[in-house]
Design a protein around this ligand. Sequence first.
Ligand SMILES: Cc1cc2nc3c(=O)[nH]c(=O)nc-3n(C[C@H](O)[C@H](O)[C@H](O)COP(=O)(O)O)c2cc1C
Length: 308
Amino acid sequence: MSPFGTSLRTEVGGVDLDTPVIVASGVWPMDPALWPEGSLDGVGAVCSKGLTLKPRDGNPGCRIVETYSGVLNSIGLQNSGVDHFVAQELSAFSFAGRPIIVNIAFETLDDLVETVEVLKGSALKISALELNVSCPNVTRGGMTWGIHPESLESAVTAARRAWNGILWVKLSPQAPSVGEFAELSQGCGAEAVVVGNTWLGMAIDNERERPFFENVFAGLSGPAVFPLALRAVWEAAGAVEIPVIGCGGISRPQDALSMILAGASAVEVGTALFVDSRLPASICRELERHLREKGLSSVGDLVGRARR
Ligand SMILES: Cc1cc2nc3c(=O)[nH]c(=O)nc-3n(C[C@H](O)[C@H](O)[C@H](O)COP(=O)(O)O)c2cc1C
């Protein structure tokens, strides 16, 4: 397990973690055998890619464009469906030896409930369900679940009723008020909020004089979004009692520390792992260094210290 000291052990939204560093949804293959050597060092939990009720081929055309400060992605939730995940992928995934967070996406509330029912039948332990509310609500003309309070409320309430395990809600940064939406999730019974997902952006192929992506817009992640995500974490942490998990643009060890000082109880790291698969270990070393320097004994002591 983690070579890092007990000072980094923490409990976040009902999940015991050896370290507060989580691999974000969608960035690593589901088979840990394919992960780069040493990449699990410092990792406290791993999150699955976004699962849907039925298999999805994902979006046609261009899916990733690198920007000078991150990436735009339009993967379109390609996955083999929740049945296949439970039957085939979950056992391989559990070889990571870390708590498993299962990220789910849905188009309707019926999809959501059916997906949860399949996960409930899993023989292997799922430490938490992470509800991705950045997917389109087809019953509201494709508007993202997480940007309308009633949609968000209905989704979190349905997930809460269907799932008796730990529930995390991964908020959309496009929400008009991250603080209010975090509070709403808390009120509907979430044990933690993840703040947040990718930020809508776009890119134009100047030679073709067309947008790169078939859907025109795509999700921006990586260093460009870090200050935006940090602000969102600050707002959410000021609005709720439940833990906030910071996610967005963490690319250096000090970014993770800033998120925690802003009020995050743990962090999720995504895009930066494409560049540095050993970032989780570097983050842990930075957190331990900072704890020593400040004479503190546990990572929990750092949470929200910039707010005093
Ligand atoms: C290629 C790619 C695929 C992703 N797939 C998912 C997904 O399936 N579900 C989800 O909730 N987030 C997904 N995300 C969003 C990340 O989990 C993370 O929230 C976002 O990228 C911001 O963090 P980062 O800047 O550290 O990458 C994906 C991101 C990327 C780059």
